[in-house]
Design a protein around this ligand. Structure first.
Ligand SMILES: [Zn+2]
Ligand SMILES: [Zn+2]
Length: 224
């Protein structure tokens, strides 16, 4: 076994040293996922809504250099524990907003980790969105559901240059599958990073076309 090193600076001792941990920043204020202007709770403004749109989005931390390194190490070095340990080290108060939000929803929402294509999942061995979903399920006691499968092996969104190209890249990437008959009224999509939100918006469209009424997004980090 190699000794654990900090995902941020490489110092030996743990997944993230205290110096790098201090560089993680909570999202100061939430924005509408369509116009990116301020919106309480990250809800989509009424005037920004379209049929089958995402109803709101919240994230835990800002996507800065350290957040990027945590995600990259988790994904590309197959270090499941890096993201998992960081999630559990983040103070409970940083989760207050999403916990309060989910608990106010009635009926209770189901959590849905944005799926990876089966080929990519097989290669990586885990879906990093599941790590975030598992942590939120642990904090909220909400159920996780699997209503989507990734049908198209898309290029990683981070490598697609423009907003328009990202939308096209992800279009029709998801298939709706419902094995247990009842469709949850409200879904909270979970992912690791949120930039333009194109992936979550496409997932929301497919879920709503199949009868889900409200779809929100929660991610580990958010950066534009
Ligand atoms: Zn460090
Ligand atoms: Zn808006």
């Amino acid at each position: 076994m190699f000794p654990t090193s900090c995902a941020g600076c490489g110092a030996l001792g743990g997944e993230l040293c205290s110096n790098c941990f201090l560089q993680l920043k909570q999202i100061p204020r939430f924005t509408c996922p369509y116009c990116f202007n301020f919106s309480p709770g990250g809800l989509t403004h009424t005037h920004c809504k379209t049929p089958f749109c995402l109803d709101g989005a919240q994230s835990l931390i800002q996507y800065n250099k350290i957040a990027k390194k945590i995600i990259q190490r988790t994904k590309y070095s197959l270090a499941y524990q890096t993201l998992s340990v960081v999630l559990s080290q983040i103070p409970p108060t940083w989760y207050r907003s999403i916990i309060d939000f989910t608990l106010r929803l009635n009926p209770q929402p189901h959590l849905l980790a944005i799926p990876l294509h089966p080929k990519r999942l097989a290669k990586r061995g885990f879906n990093q969105a599941d790590i975030v979903a598992n942590h939120l399920a642990h904090l909220t006691k909400l159920k996780a559901t699997h209503l989507l499968v990734r049908d198209k092996n898309t290029s990683p969104q981070a490598l697609v240059p423009s907003k328009q190209a990202r939308r096209e890249n992800i279009q029709n990437a998801f298939l709706f599958i419902n094995t247990n008959g009842t469709i949850p009224q409200t879904i909270i999509l979970i992912d690791d990073v949120y930039t333009s939100g194109a992936t979550a918006k496409e997932a929301a469209r497919v879920l709503k076309m199949n009868g889900v009424q409200q779809v929100f997004l929660y991610t580990f980090s958010h950066g534009l």
